[in-house]
Design a protein around this ligand. Structure first.
Ligand code: SF4
Ligand code: FE
Length: 484
């Protein structure tokens, strides 16, 4: 089989002819738009990785589903080695792009849907699993990007879907036709949506009897009529539309988040993978979340490596690299970063097969991974800000550096340690700025907090799986108490 290259992938997205609202304007040349092009390039690295001499083995996996090699971003994990290689691949992509490369969500969604459809068929004599296998075999053969869509708007968080003033605040079935379903609603936070060929849509919470209309799981091509896309703003995003790259910080790559509206969209029956089986929704949400919490033990660590490197570089430029307190802060950043990685590795190597045969991460350790990710990148950002110094917030723009009259002053007064000039120093500060308070902070910080579920969601899962009674029994045994 021929796996796509990055260039082939970029051409394949242009063919989709997607339209979106970008900064209030209807845009149809998304690939050519300066706000979106960097995000497309970031996804392209997930394709190029499958062709690089040093990365192809990591980025490729054998899929029994199609009896051929696939890009690991479409793989259904067959072993704990597969789970581990996923995390290593994500760290590598974070290193290369310094941002969110967007392709993990579909991989995580597919692995969850694969096992849940199998179990649903066992419980309800439905035929979803074979249908999903057919669908995913097609995705693997075509080497597609699939957007995994879970988060509903949710309206009043104190009310169930059916109690909302507007029931569409949770995506739902609104009509049933002989050949499929009609759905209405929206999904928030759609990472890489406009760079995706397909969407795989899942319910957003564990549903109860009476909530069947919200228990739908299905796939659609991204250019399906009735889908409407609104691109999210990111801090300093319009710097990408200005001349010169220096002020952007990350000159080549970027992320992308989208609000997707489903305006009475038709879903053909052969692409429906849950339809009213409320008892399956909880497992689907938990498993998708666990896989995506594992993902952060790779991607955020990869971006963290870039931040550590930039902090070390600015310390050299400032002439303080040998100061013991600076070295200690850099070591602390490494400690935090590798702790997240260790958790990502641990939840992978402790994975177990599901009844369907693909591998699921250790749920407790995946949640521990993500709970650390809700904190450590923030502390790393604080340390990088400390090392960078106040210029991080007061730096003149590139236009001042290039100004015929004022430029010489900027060069003179931003002079750094020997071997570096003002432009070097400004570039590194802008890269750090991008990650700690610019466009890159959407993925590095806000998403670290809320992506794959907010911290309380991880705490609930950790509490459920903590096996407190077993720990109490250990304590009681040491205290000499009889077994209860
Ligand atoms: Fe992948 Fe990380 Fe982006 Fe999620 S945030 S899509 S895991 S790179
Ligand atoms: Fe995410």
């Amino acid at each position: 089989m021929s796996l796509m290259t990055g260039a082939e992938y970029m051409a394949s997205v242009e063919v989709l002819g997607l339209e979106a609202n970008v900064l209030g304007q209807r845009v149809d040349d998304l690939a050519g738009h300066p706000l979106l092009r960097p995000s497309l390039r970031a996804v392209a690295t997930t394709y190029d990785g499958a062709h690089g001499d040093e990365t192809r083995d990591l980025f490729r996996a054998y899929s029994p589903l199609i009896s051929d090699e696939v890009n690991r971003f479409t793989h259904l994990h067959r072993s704990t080695d597969d789970l581990l290689n996923k995390v290593l691949m994500q760290r590598h992509c974070g290193n290369v792009t310094g941002c969110c490369f967007q392709r993990c969500v579909g991989m995580d969604a597919a692995n969850a849907v694969y096992s849940v459809t199998y179990e649903c068929d066992q419980a309800h004599r439905t035929g979803y699993h074979a249908r999903f296998r057919d669908y995913w075999a097609w995705v693997q053969r075509q080497d597609l990007v699939v957007d995994g869509a879970m988060t509903d708007p949710k309206g009043d968080r104190g009310k169930r879907p059916g109690e909302q003033a507007d029931p569409d605040l949770y995506l739902r079935l609104v009509d049933r036709r002989p050949d499929g379903l009609v759905v209405r609603g929206a999904k928030f936070h759609q990472t890489g949506m406009l760079n995706s060929h397909e969407l795989l849509v899942m319910p957003t919470l564990s549903l109860r009897p009476g909530e069947e209309a919200w228990a739908t799981c299905f796939a659609l091509p991204s250019n399906t009529p009735g889908l409407r896309y609104i691109l999210g703003r990111q801090a300093s995003d319009t710097r990408k539309m200005e001349p010169g790259a220096l002020d952007v910080g990350n000159r080549t790559y970027g992320g992308q988040e989208v609000l997707v509206v489903f305006d009475d969209v038709f879903v053909p029956q052969e692409r429906v993978f849950l339809d009213g089986e409320v008892d399956q929704s909880g497992a689907l949400v938990e498993r998708f979340a666990a896989y995506h919490r594992q993902s952060y033990g790779g991607c955020k660590v990869g971006v963290g490596d870039v931040l550590i490197g930039a902090a070390a570089l600015i310390a050299r430029m400032n002439g303080v690299a040998r100061a013991s307190h600076v070295r200690d802060k850099l070591v602390e950043m490494v400690h935090l970063n590798e702790t997240m990685f260790a958790c990502g590795v641990a939840c992978s190597v402790r994975g177990q097969p599901t009844a369907a045969g693909n591998y699921l991460v250790d749920m407790l350790l995946a949640n521990v991974t993500k709970l650390n990710v809700t904190r450590f990148p923030y502390e790393m950002a604080r340390l990088a800000t400390d090392i960078a110094g106040g210029l991080l917030g007061t730096l003149p723009p590139l236009s001042a550096l290039d100004d015929p009259e004022l430029g010489p002053y900027v060069h003179k007064y931003l002079a750094a340690a020997e071997g570096w000039d003002a432009a070097d120093r400004m570039a590194v500060l802008r890269l750090i700025e991008n990650l700690v308070l610019g466009a890159g902070a959407v993925a590095y910080l806000v998403e670290s907090m809320h992506g794959a579920g907010s911290p309380m969601a991880q705490r609930i899962m950790i509490g459920r799986q903590a096996e407190f009674e077993a720990k109490v029994a250990l304590a009681r045994r040491l205290l000499g108490e009889a077994e209860p």
